[in-house]
Write a protein that binds this ligand. Structure first.
Ligand code: SF4
Ligand code: SF4
Length: 138
């Protein structure tokens, strides 16, 4: 996953360098990305905000669980987040998505299958096997 993280940091770097700073990837340990702010950023009182608001948000947005690595615990609907999939009327009730769901949140319904949004982790595994593209982000 290091190349993907580097790519995200590279996309942020020009904005940091414009202010005389930079960011360096130190380590990825157990899904935790450690970075070092350098130059003007290192001693800047806004550094924490830069880390939280800019770098962390970019990593969360652009490195998705479907890449095989979950860099964070996505919020579910029940926790006040918006990350979940839903099943549309395109569903032909084939059942292919059920065994693919790591959260076991897909159930047989009438007439279409349904997703328990409070358990869905937004992994997109269901979308990968659905023959009718009925699994879509909610
Ligand atoms: S996105 Fe993932 S967790 Fe959510 S319903 Fe589909 S397979 Fe299950
Ligand atoms: S794989 Fe698609 S068509 Fe099959 S049950 Fe799931 S949502 Fe419906």
């Amino acid at each position: 996953m290091r190349p993907e993280v580097e790519k995200v940091l590279d996309s942020i770097r020009p904005a940091l360098q414009a202010d005389g700073g930079d960011v360096e990837l130190v380590d990825i340990d157990g899904g935790v990305v450690k970075v070092r702010l350098m130059g003007a950023c290192g001693g800047c009182p806004m550094a924490t905000m830069t880390l939280k608001g800019g770098i962390e948000a970019a990593l969360k947005e652009r490195i998705r669980p479907s890449n095989g690595w979950n860099p964070y615990n996505p919020l579910t609907h029940s926790e006040g987040g918006v990350m979940a999939y839903k099943i549309t009327e395109e569903c032909i009730a084939c059942g292919a998505c059920v065994p693919e769901c790591p959260a076991q949140c897909i159930a047989e319904g009438d007439p279409i299958y349904t997703i328990d949004a409070s358990k869905c982790t937004d992994c997109a595994a269901c979308a990968g096997v659905c023959p009718t593209a009925a699994c879509v982000p909610a």
